[in-house]
Design a protein around this ligand. Structure first.
Ligand code: FAD
Length: 451
């Protein structure tokens, strides 16, 4: 529970999104933008209601948010964003001062936002779910769902389940399906800072840079932390993720008096092709299989809306947001045309004995705690030498659609730049869509081709 991105989120609760209302008006029309604004208000209210009805202690606090432009170009974008938001029915107004103290050309306040501790909230919901008769099975990966009469036969790593409906609330649905061509995986970096002067801003904040910075304060056990984030990039595009943290710290230190970095982490999110999430029946699957994905950096709100939309569809056969979030909608996907799967180039009959490992080590010239993809004997291998000097050798192609994996130094994982699957150093799946681990070439010799 909480293993995925929800354990790495910064949990701003907003009624505006990474896809701004002016863009939604442009691409989907004013009615849909207004519906999206209604949905956002709905989600904020559902969260507020859950916190109070189930007495969930999750540091839920109302906040205002501030958007600010750092130059004239950004100001134009901000103006257009504000105009679109107002048309959609979201209140935004210009104010004189930036509460974050960062010099800017314009500041806009958006009242009625909130923040919480995401895992405390999820834990509260989980307790209520179990109390109401629900059951949780952890450490269990769904690998396939097929039609069985009117219902479904669901294969998992811990046996078979039979059910009426299946919702893939797995950030991106696993296996091979169209959602992987409509969503692109990105990483974002976050830090919890202690400030020397103790001046912790009590609001939510965002600049208007292309990969924007986001700010808020959270109090844990009486200690305040300033949580900042940014430096987003497409998964696998950056080799040294340490540099992303360095850039983030360097940027924030221009404006804030940092005493120390208390915590830092990065996590993954999915950017949908047309800017809105995909919530509803998963195309190409039995009609009782659903997905909820493409949340961008707004999964607290869209996850809540997925719960409302999918429970409506299943229990009542309808939902006000059915069309808006339909995964079958046809919208431009040109932006992702480069996301084509690489050729299948699997490793065949490779035997990596201890002698070969030594040879490979010399060839790869790996430092301790370093990972890279190495060519050997016509094969591409994903090699990582751990801090104790042990070398871990895996096949280097993602088991999902065979893109070449990239080493993620910060998280000690092999990440797929195409669809965001992630694997641990021994080949285990960490993040969907892959459902099958990587062959561990140093541990066991395999005679059959890896497929
Ligand atoms: C750094 C960062 C900051 C963010 N900040 C914000 C923010 O301030 N506000 C906001 O609204 N959003 C934010 N987001 C986005 C938000 O965190 C995500 O959209 C959200 O957490 C996704 O939730 P999820 O439940 O869909 O996925 P996850 O939290 O990733 O959960 C998916 C779960 O599914 C499980 N799973 C995967 N495959 C299978 C399978 N085959 N079988 C069974 N289980 C499986 C995983 O183990 C995991 O437990 C941020 C994202 C990042 C990266």
């Amino acid at each position: 529970m909480g293993f995925g991105t929800t354990g790495g989120t910064t949990a701003h609760l907003n009624n505006f999104f990474d896809t701004s209302y002016d863009k939604v008006i442009n691409d989907f029309g004013l009615d849909k933008a207004r519906l999206l604004a209604d949905a956002a208000r709905d989600a904020l209210e559902i969260i507020r209601h859950n916190v109070s009805a189930y007495d969930i202690e999750c540091d839920h606090e109302p906040r205002s948010a501030y958007l600010f432009s750092l130059d004239d170009e950004q100001e134009k974008e901000l103006d257009s964003l504000v105009e679109g938001s107002r048309k959609a029915g979201i209140e935004m107004h210009e104010v004189a001062e930036n509460p974050f103290g960062i010099p800017c050309t314009k500041v806009v306040e958006i009242p009625g936002q909130a923040q919480f501790h995401p895992l405390k909230y999820v834990k509260g919901l989980l307790t209520e779910f179990i109390h109401s008769g629900g059951m949780i099975i952890e450490g269990c990966r769904v690998t396939e769902a097929v039609k069985e009469g009117e219902g479904l036969k669901i294969s998992t790593t811990r046996g078979t389940l039979h059910g009426k409906h299946l919702i893939y609330a797995t950030h991106i649905p696993p296996g091979r399906n169209i959602m992987h061509f409509r969503n692109a995986p990105y990483r974002s970096y976050a830090m919890a800072l202690k400030l020397r002067n103790g001046a912790y801003p009590r609001t939510l904040g965002y600049d208007m840079l292309e990969a924007y910075h986001y700010y808020r304060t959270h109090e844990v056990d009486g200690e305040e932390y300033f949580i900042v984030g940014g430096e987003d990039h497409k998964t696998g595009d950056v080799e040294n993720s340490d540099e992303c943290f360095q850039r983030l710290e360097e940027y924030v230190s221009r404006y804030f008096d940092i005493e120390r970095v208390a915590y830092k982490w990065s996590s993954q999110y999915y950017e949908p092709a047309d800017g809105l999430p995909y919530i509803g029946p998963l195309p190409g699957n039995p009609s009782n299989v659903y997905c909820a994905t493409g949340y961008s950096g707004n999964g607290m709100i869209f996850g809540t809306l997925a719960a409302k939309t999918l429970s409506g569809l299943i229990a009542d056969g309808d939902s006000p947001y059915k069309e808006l979030f339909s995964p079958s909608r046809v919208k431009p996907v040109a932006a992702f045309s480069q996301m084509v799967k690489e050729n299948v180039d699997v490793i065949k009959h490779l035997v990596v004995d201890s002698f070969t490992v030594e040879k490979l080590n010399a060839l790869a010239d790996l430092e301790r705690d370093e990972g890279k993809v190495v060519s050997y004997d016509g094969n591409q291998l994903a090699m990582y030498k751990d801090v104790h000097g042990k070398t871990h050798i895996l096949e280097s192609k993602c088991t999902h659609l065979y893109c070449t994996l990239v080493w993620n130094h910060e998280e000690k994982s092999w990440d797929c730049p195409c669809h965001g699957s992630r694997f641990g150093i021994d080949g285990d799946v960490l993040t969907a869509p892959a459902v099958k681990g990587l062959k561990n070439l140093a541990a066991k010799q395999e005679d059959e081709p890896l497929d």
